[in-house]
Every structure is written in structure tokens, then in C-alpha cells.
Design a protein around this ligand. Sequence first.
Ligand SMILES: O=C(CO)[C@@H](O)[C@H](O)COP(=O)(O)O
Length: 226
Amino acid sequence: MRDFRISPSLLAADFARLGEEVSAVVAAGADWIHFDVMDNHYVPNLTFGAMVCQALKPYAGNALMDVHLMVEPVDDLIQQFSTAGADVITFHPEASRHIDRSLSLIQAAGKQAGLVLNPATPAYVLENVMDKLDLVLLMSVNPGFGGQSFIPNTLNKIKQVRAMLDEYEHQSGRRILLEVDGGVKVDNIGEIAAAGADIFVAGSAIFGQPDYAKVIAQMRQELTKI
Ligand SMILES: O=C(CO)[C@@H](O)[C@H](O)COP(=O)(O)O
């Protein structure tokens, strides 16, 4: 079985109790904590910044802080989140004038670096920066809001990008992880994994239920079938 990781999205957590929510979901078996940073510019919504990430870091224990920047421009916030305890930083290629430079900034800070592709963003943007990628995050909804439905055509995109990453791994010996975000539930995580995903972001599916451990266990149970 591949080494799957589950990354609950704090966008669906109780914002009045974020520290407790991070502790609870880590105790429930989360591998990563997905931190959605929205700026009301790149996306039409506003969430939290690097100070909140820094405040939550001690609650995450061994779980990685998985920071998804939905902001434009990105470079200043890459610096801020690097010092605020982010372990993984991803951004959208449309939001950076110099994608290679922004990825280099993340890697120079010793963090895992990734690009995020929206449902309609073509996969070829990955081609010339493969050597700078630790992961690729595929959006299976349009970014900006939680609780949306998984866009079915994303399954084809996952297979397409997985094939590109497998080809790169074959040539370089280095595996780039594939993360999927949006509308991930117990009842579709299996087909998302079968299409080629390694990391699963789930917001409403986890925080929308009273028993986080039960949902994460159900997701892992589905992943054992792959
Ligand atoms: O980045 C985003 C939305 O922009 C996602 O992380 C969502 O927050 C996932 O939420 P669910 O679809 O799982 O409720």
C-alpha cells in the first residue's frame, strides 16, 4: 500500500477554538494540518495569516503544517509562513510572476514546495519546474470556499498528473507527491486514491462530523482497499 496521508482543512473547523480543533484532529489521526490562506484578491474570501499559523503550530505535534496560499502575490507570504512554522507551502502558478523563483524561496527555507492547479489550469505548467517540486496539489473544486462538491473530471486530471510524475520519477528516481483538495469524502476517497493521489485534504467531511477519529478511520479503511 502507498504511504497515504490525510490533511484535515481548518477552513471547516470552529474558528473560535482553532487550537483545540488542531489538537483534536491530530489526536484523531491526522497526518498533516491543511491551512487555507485566502486574501480576498486571488480568491473571493478571507481567512488567516502567518501569525495564526505560528500560534497553532504547537498544537500540531508531529503533524505537518500544510500551508495552501490562495494569495497574490505570493513571495512575501512565503517568507512569513516559512518563519511561522509551515512545513509544506503550496501556491498557485497564476499568482506568481516568477514561479521558479517562488519555488526556490520555499526550498531555500527548508520547506516542502508545491504548485496548486485549479480545475481548469493545464498540467503543462509543471513541466519546467519538476526538479523544484516536492508535491503537486490538484484542486477538485474552484478555490475559495469549503463544502463544495468534487468536480468529477478531476479524476482524469489526477491520472494525467500522476502519469507525468511517474515518468519524472522513472527518470530521476525522485517521487513527487500528489495531493487532492475539495469535496473529498469517505465515499470517494477510494477512487481518488486509485486515480493516483497520495494526500487527501478534507474539511467538511471531517470537521462536519462529531467524531473526527471515526471519519479518519473510515477514510483509512477505504484506502486499505487500493
Ligand atoms: O482550499 C479549499 C477551498 O478553497 C479546500 O481546502 C476546502 O476547504 C476543502 O473543503 P471541503 O471541500 O473538504 O469541505
